[in-house]
Design a binder for this molecule. Structure first.
Ligand SMILES: Nc1ncnc2c1ncn2[C@@H]1O[C@H](COP(=O)(O)OP(=O)(O)O)[C@@H](O)[C@H]1O
Ligand SMILES: Nc1ccn([C@@H]2O[C@H](COP(=O)(O)OP(=O)(O)O)[C@@H](O)[C@H]2O)c(=O)n1
Length: 209
């Protein structure tokens, strides 16, 4: 079974993907980490974020073990990832990576921005996870504080809004719900309630899928 989860920044995609994968015994890929890893490689190489050739090479050379680097989860890496994610050759290289991951025995859960629309258009279940920007900023702010990273709520909110706009308006694989996705607004749902709601959607899917 393939489960595609998409949605804007800090909506809870990764948390939900991890829990669903664990519950259903499936592998899970947080595809945002792929874009973050490419951005991080450019920074390590002291290459500019505008260097499309270097970004493409980094995407082509990416391996799963690279995704464990804790630096990828920093707030600025999300912003850098959003910039390089607009380059078509980078997306093409990462598409191959994601297709290989999704093709594994038993299936997988993938979360990101274009899983239901581009990466896995034939997914068995497509979820589009949303929440009000203020709630998403609150969650990310708490997360950064818990990790001991400096964080200002207003700045996080502005960053999230700017990144959502960029992700929704880019010409290649923009953030949007697939026509056959089920939208789940988690503004007033905690992580447990969001998990239960997603599980109910999965169980209720049509029998032919
Ligand atoms: N439904 C929820 N209610 C409250 N907090 C949540 C919920 N889902 C996730 N979180 C928390 O919000 C933050 C962002 O969640 P995450 O899963 O990383 O989002 P995304 O993958 O969409 O960026 C994390 O700290 C996570 O623990
Ligand atoms: N499938 C995906 C996943 C992420 N991305 C890009 O990567 C950035 C970081 O994604 P992420 O999922 O790690 O970000 P958060 O939602 O965790 O803040 C996003 O803002 C997108 O620009 C993408 O273009 N396509």
């Amino acid at each position: 079974m393939i489960i595609a989860i998409d949605g804007p920044a800090a909506s809870g995609k990764g948390t939900l993907g991890t829990r669903l994968a664990e519950h259903l015994g499936l592998a899970h890929l947080d595809t945002g980490l792929l874009y973050r890893a490419v951005a991080c490689t450019l920074i390590d190489q002291k290459a500019a974020l505008t260097d499309i050739a270097a970004a493409t090479l980094a995407a082509q050379s990416l391996t799963l073990d690279r995704l464990a680097d804790p630096r990828l989860r920093g707030a600025s890496m999300g912003e850098f990832a959003s910039v390089i994610s607009g380059y078509q050759p980078v997306r093409d290289a990462l598409l191959t990576f994601q297709h290989q991951f999704a093709a594994q025995e038993g299936g997988a859960v993938l979360d990101g921005r274009d899983i239901g629309t581009v990466v896995c258009p034939h997914a068995d279940v497509k979820l589009f996870i949303t929440a009000a920007p203020e709630e998403r900023a609150r969650r990310r702010h708490l997360e950064l504080q818990r990790r001991g990273e400096p964080s200002e709520y207003e700045r996080i909110l502005n960053d999230i809004r700017r990144r959502d706009q960029r992700d929704m308006n880019r010409s290649t694989a923009p953030l949007k719900a697939a026509a056959d996705a089920v939208t789940l607004d988690t503004t007033n749902l905690d992580a447990d309630a969001a998990f239960e709601a997603a599980l109910a959607i999965i169980k209720a899917r049509p029998a032919q899928k």
